[in-house]
Design a protein around this ligand. Structure first.
Ligand code: GLA
Ligand code: ZN
Length: 669
């Protein structure tokens, strides 16, 4: 199963289903996901089940050789459940109970809701366990999406207290760890501890971080509750969930653990004001790399954009070539299966304007033809690298705990964990150097270079793991605000960067939040020239203690003091970047670190043309992806043969029109 669609037969008359199935087959679709919002149709009132319609849809599709992934419909409890048990409705952070009418109107800790789920999911799973066309399950849909700041109801309050008790064991330990002596917040019992509802002033940062961890664990537990039912009832089916890239409510590394593989929903174009109209290609690549990093395994795209996105407002229309381009990019970064959202644009409901492959009228047009052609071209090639992955010498450590800690205390109004991290990612991406994203639990030693951005929170075992990585020859990049806090989000009383000091060979006696202050750094490590560029948000003020300076600040009372340092430590190297760099100095720094680490780019490409590599069972494959809205020309290195896009070759030159793609295979095995 390499290509699929998200299908909602319940939105269309039965007579249409065979037509849809036929058109899907013609396009090369092999799998559909269905039913993740169809609870009300499957159980119109308590205990009365109706799967006949879904059986029939599965059968009609099955006759065309199309398999089914079923979603558990738990994001949409029907109105009869809510009327019977209104306590299931979630409470937002203003203490207001939210109403029925959207989706995810459910509290995930609520025991009554869990009972409804147990009843329904057991019956549904049992019904489909032996259906020959059903291959697997998606639990719920996009956990955390539309949950706002998650639920602050009485049930969640109790669950929070239990979670805290489990973590701290005694209330004295919690008081100590959080520093509740501050502002007379000392607690004598766990059930006195508030949820972070509005207060006259800000909450304790340790409480806020534990709340985020609790909320994340609650989602993991909610998923596990359903995973257990399905594993028991359907031992031969796989289980997955559709993640949302950089979404931040759940620690996805934890959520991934109970799944056979993860899936991801990739929407490059967006329709709301506060988002990029189209996500830059490096961001899309970074998201895909993070998704692969969840289990360091191939993954599925469960929803790949297939038309204009929209609710009240609408995104631009994907240009000819873009649907194909995004599909190729997902596969290049490790997707084994791509499922498009959605098959056909719906005639009603909140997502009337979230366009599918087919337009509202249901007659195949341009988008159908483009996807059909993509499947035709790419499908046969994908057989060769199923299970194979991109191979990277560079790793970026990704941490939800650090991200949450900076959401609680961003320091500078514009400091964000993801965009700080992306500053590094982008420099590798622009140089066509593949990157893995990994969690602190994964193995570091396979990487020549590891970037661990904003290691604000520390714990001894992680510090020791990083020290060992460098001691044994790894090259490590640490950045500003490293080593400031313990894992409970309280400040450590050591000279910064605390226990990392010997590793990076520096001390940080002072720092400067760059509020309306112009600061720049001078990159002086390249012998031929200097580069001066603005930096932003933060400046750690460094005293060298064994390290060398690679760049210095240019302004103010700490002018000429180090801003980027390098320290040889045992068999390895540790860099420290004390500020948020601009793109030019970042480029210099990354290319310096890459050269010193002995890391080679895949190849050279013009701006906006991505080269990505994936291992196949019969050699390596390189994907060349032109993300530019204009044509691009590049030289293909020797030793690669075009398997897709041969028509774009003129001698050794590859001429790609706007959004065009080509795939090459290594000639030597
Ligand atoms: C998400 C959801 C889908 C749908 C699309 C479009 O990714 O998983 O159910 O809502 O967005 O809005
Ligand atoms: Zn709740």
């Amino acid at each position: 199963m390499k290509f699929g669609v998200d299908y909602y037969p319940e939105h269309w008359p039965k007579e249409r289903w065979p037509i849809d199935a036929g058109l899907m087959k013609e396009a090369g679709i092999e799998v559909v996901r269905m039913a993740e919002f169809a609870w009300a149709k499957m159980e119109p009132c308590e205990g009365s089940y109706d799967f006949a319609w879904l059986d029939e849809a599965i059968e009609i599709l099955g006759r065309e050789g199309i398999k089914t992934v079923l979603g558990t419909p738990t994001p949409t409890p029907p109105i009869w459940i809510i009327k019977k048990n209104p306590e299931i409705l979630p409470v937002n952070r203003d203490g207001v109970r939210l109403g029925f009418g959207g989706r995810h109107h459910d509290c995930q800790s609520n025991p009554t809701y869990r009972e409804h789920i147990k009843r329904f999911v057991t019956v549904m799973a049992r019904h489909y366990s032996n259906n020959p066309h059903v291959v697997g399950w998606q639990i719920d849909n996009e956990f955390g999406n539309s949950h706002q700041s998650l639920c602050m109801c009485d049930s969640c309050s109790v669950a929070f207290h239990k979670w805290l008790e489990n973590k701290y064991e005694t209330i004295e330990k919690l008081n100590e760890a959080w520093g509740t002596i501050f502002w007379s917040q000392t607690y004598s019992m766990f059930d006195q501890i508030p949820m972070p509802l509005p207060t006259p002033n800000g909450h304790n940062p340790s409480l806020l971080l534990d709340w985020k961890r609790f909320a994340s664990d609650l989602i993991v537990d909610f998923q596990k509750y359903q995973v257990d039912i399905i594993r028991r009832e359907c031992p031969n089916h796989f289980i997955t969930h559709n993640f949302m890239g950089f979404f931040d409510k759940t620690d996805y590394f934890n959520l991934a653990k109970d799944l056979d593989f993860i899936s991801h929903d990739q929407y490059p174009m967006h329709f709301r004001k506060n988002r990029d109209a189209i996500a830059p290609s490096y961001r899309l690549a970074a998201i895909l790399d993070l998704m692969r990093g969840m289990k360091q395994k191939p993954f599925w795209i469960m929803e790949q954009q297939s038309g204009p996105a929209g609710w009240e407002t609408i995104s631009s229309t994907p240009r000819p070539g873009q649907l194909a381009l995004w599909t190729y990019q997902s596969v290049a970064h490790g997707a084994d299966t791509v499922v498009y959202f959605r098959w056909r644009s719906c005639l009603f409901g909140t997502e009337e304007y979230w366009h599918g492959i087919l337009p509202h009228h249901g007659i195949p047009e341009r988008r159908y033809e483009e996807i059909k052609q993509t499947i035709n071209e790419l499908g046969p090639v994908m057989d060769h690298f199923k299970g194979g992955l991109p191979e990277s010498e560079v790793g970026i450590l990704f941490s939800y705990d650090q991200e949450w800690a900076f959401q609680i205390q961003p320091h500078h109004f514009e400091l964000e964990y993801i965009s700080h991290m992306l500053g590094y990612y982008r420099a590798f991406y622009d140089a066509n150097i593949p990157v893995d994203m990994l969690s602190e639990e994964q193995e570091f030693s396979r990487y020549k270079l590891l970037v661990a951005p904003l290691m604000f929170l520390t714990k001894p075992d992680l510090t020791a793991k990083l020290e060992k990585y460098v001691a044994e020859g790894g090259h490590l990049v640490l950045t500003m605000r490293t080593g400031v806090k313990d894992w409970n989000n309280a400040v450590i009383s050591k000279i910064l960067p605390g226990d990392f000091s010997p590793l990076v060979g520096i001390k940080i006696p002072e720092y400067d939040c760059l509020r309306d202050i112009d600061q720049s750094v001078r990159w002086a490590a390249s012998e031929l020239y200097e580069k001066v560029e603005k930096v932003s948000k933060w400046a750690d003020i460094i005293t060298l203690d064994g390290a060398d300076a690679l760049a210095c600040y240019t302004e103010d009372y700490y002018k000429d003091t180090p801003a980027i340092t390098q320290n040889t430590y045992k068999h390895g190297m540790a860099y420290y970047v004390a500020t948020e760099l601009g793109p030019e100095v970042m480029k210099e720094f990354v290319s310096y670190a890459v050269n010193h680490g002995g890391i080679k780019p895949i190849m050279q490409t013009p701006q906006g043309v991505e080269a990505a590599r994936r291992k196949g069972n019969d050699g390596d494959y390189i994907f060349i992806l032109n993300h530019n809205p204009k044509s691009a020309v590049l030289n293909m290195p020797l030793g690669w043969k075009a398997v897709i896009g041969e028509k774009f070759m003129r001698g050794n030159e590859l001429h790609l029109s706007q959004y065009a793609v080509a795939v090459f295979k290594s000639e030597q095995v």
